[in-house]
Design a protein around this ligand. Sequence first.
Ligand code: MN
Length: 255
Amino acid sequence: MHILVTNDDGVRAPGLLALAQAMQPLGKITVLAPDQNWTAGGHVKTLHRPLRVRQAPLEDGTPALASDGAPSDCVALAVLGVVKEKIDLVVSGINPNANMGHDITYSGTVTAAMEAVISRIPGIAFSLASPGTIPEELDFAPAAEVAQRIVRAALANGLQPDMLLNVNIPYLPSSELEDIRITRQGLRVYRDKLDERLDPRGRPYYWIGGDWPTGVPDDGTDIGAVEEGCVSITPLQLDLTDRPRLEQLRGWDWS
Ligand code: MN
């Protein structure tokens, strides 16, 4: 079992170290992660500049590679040959904040796992639904334990090349974490606000700020499960086709 470990927070992020350590007992691991933070960087394919890869060992001495590409570039680089040995599974994270509902479309953590599935390698994204903004102050240990448990179960049940799982783990001590729930995507509610300021030359510039998103905690959803203290596993697929609308559109007069 050869597991590629990546993330979107950068090779120095504490969540990556926690995930790499949790995967170590399960097989051979290779770490290839971005050299900087790509949070909310989405699904990227870098085509118009060269990509570099360098050695960047983790804090505990685990060998690791860092690239100046996006998380999805890191997976592509690894799969296309920077990593010589065949990769059986890609895990991404542990992101310090949740990736639920519409977050998935922004998430570098999840899009790294998506890139794996495009290459027919199963991908699992792990995110910690923490309230904090300073990853260095978070305890990733309970989430890392959960990640190990989930990967063990996935291995025991059989990896499938198109399996894309989005895992969100409540920020709770292990003893308070409830069961695993298999969920669908919930509805995120964003509270973005535009902050317009003036630069020293009097020209406007903009920050997209505002408060943390909330969500509708419906039963059966990722948001609902995490709100109840449960680990949420949402199986995803890259086919975004709106199937009910197929028939509707086919019935329209397009003349
Ligand atoms: Mn991130």
